[in-house]
Design a protein around this ligand. Structure first.
Ligand code: NAD
Length: 355
């Protein structure tokens, strides 16, 4: 029987509650699909600082690199906000991504029919939206040199090398092959030289994926089109800063932060986590929505472990739970048949899988 080693980083706030539900669902799906998970917990964030004086202990990096994937809850909270920058939970997370070499951020935006009224957009515009933003994560203007400021001037530089573009483009095309086989590459090639290189390079990579239809769009138009007609998109391939903005815009199409998963992948192992933070305002109350984390576990199965059938089972079970009207408190006003706790939603999804 196949055995996968998963590092669990529960983190702070609602992190432990939502990870526990994802584990419940992973155990249900592994029992159906003939493989086994071995979990190992590791510390990161405020809880790690409290116990070790470091928001990212070396042991967490070592454990993660020795596992098949990392499932991550969330970190941070007011308690640690006044620490020196390098001791803050967020610094631990940035260092972690760097240590793991994750260069691609995958952010799906899915609109569930049952929650169509949770969005601020009209149902006719968003019904059926299912897109994936593939964002380059460790290059571009956030990292380019020279950068700096003096009294009267500040400057940053948008730099991409051909190799950086090639590797993220491959991610996007491979993902499109598993979806509707369309990639829209987002750039600003009418103004930026770096975008011209981006566009030419993406076109070269596209030749290796003849089944995938490639289109290009300027980033300002893409921001408009996401609101005007989001259904036109399948995979959106973007650089770091454009993807930062567009992925947040895309995530709001669904209207609920508690539903959306993400993955950060690279040359080593991937990190799978909900897009939301540690929600200290609701921590410990048993009311957090675990679906974003359960859905992140599904992405882990699909994109890291290649267990597509198991990932499909989780996605179907989430849809069924929502269709049957089970909601956590954050979604209670949207056609809830029953308002459930964090743990109840986890059990309902797990039960739909084994049934
Ligand atoms: P947040 O995402 O934690 O919360 C924003 C709002 O959404 C809150 O009202 C919260 O209750 C609600 N919410 C979030 N997730 C929810 C869920 N699963 N179910 C129901 N409601 C949910 O963002 P914030 O309040 O700006 O940040 C809180 C802390 O999280 C900060 O310390 C921040 O630095 C940290 N943070 C961590 C990550 C991460 O770990 N990747 C990401 C973002 C923010």
């Amino acid at each position: 029987m196949k055995n996968y080693k998963i590092t669990l980083i529960k983190g702070d706030g609602i992190g432990p509650e939502i990870i526990d539900e994802a584990v419940k669902v992973l155990d249900a799906v592994s029992s159906c699909c003939g493989f086994h998970f071995e979990y190992d917990e590791a510390l990161m964030g405020g809880c790690a600082y409290d116990m070790t004086g470091d928001p990212l202990p070396q042991e967490t990096i070592t454990k993660s690199l020795n596992s098949d994937a990392v499932l991550f809850g969330a970190i941070g909270g007011e308690k640690w906000d006044r620490l020196p920058r390098e001791k803050r939970p967020e610094s631990g997370l940035l260092r972690f991504r760097k240590e793991l070499g994750v260069y691609a951020n995958l952010r799906p935006a899915i609109v569930y029919d049952e929650l169509i009224n949770a969005s601020s957009l009209k149902p006719s515009v968003i019904k059926g939206v299912d897109l994936m933003v593939v964002r380059e994560l460790i290059g571009g203007i956030y990292f380019g040199e020279p950068k700096g400021r003096d009294e009267s001037k500040g400057w940053n530089t948008m730099v991409y090398t051909r190799d950086e573009i090639v590797r993220i483009a491959h991610n996007a095309f491979k993902i499109a092959m598993e979806r509707s086989k369309r990639v829209c590459s987002i750039d600003k090639a009418n103004v930026l030289d770096v975008s011209q290189l981006w566009r030419e390079t993406v076109e070269e990579v596209a030749k290796e994926y003849p089944e995938v239809a490639l289109s290009h769009m300027y980033v300002d138009n893409a921001a408009m089109q996401l609101i005007r007609d989001p259904k036109q998109f399948d995979v959106m391939l973007t650089g770091n800063i454009f993807g930062d903005i567009l992925s947040d815009e895309a995530s709001m199409l669904s209207g609920s932060i508690g539903l959306l998963p993400s993955a950060s992948v690279g040359a080593k192992i991937g990190v799978y986590e909900p897009i939301h933070g540690s929600a200290p305002d609701i921590a410990g109350q048993g009311i957090a929505n675990p679906i974003a984390t359960i859905s992140s576990a599904s992405m882990m199965l699909r994109y890291e472990l290649g267990e597509i059938e198991a990932a499909d089972k989780i996605d179907e079970a989430i849809k069924k739970a929502l269709k049957e009207g089970y909601r956590t408190q954050d979604l209670a006003q949207f056609d809830a048949k029953e308002v459930c706790s964090t743990s109840e939603i986890g059990s309902i999804v797990a039960n739909y899988i084994v049934r």
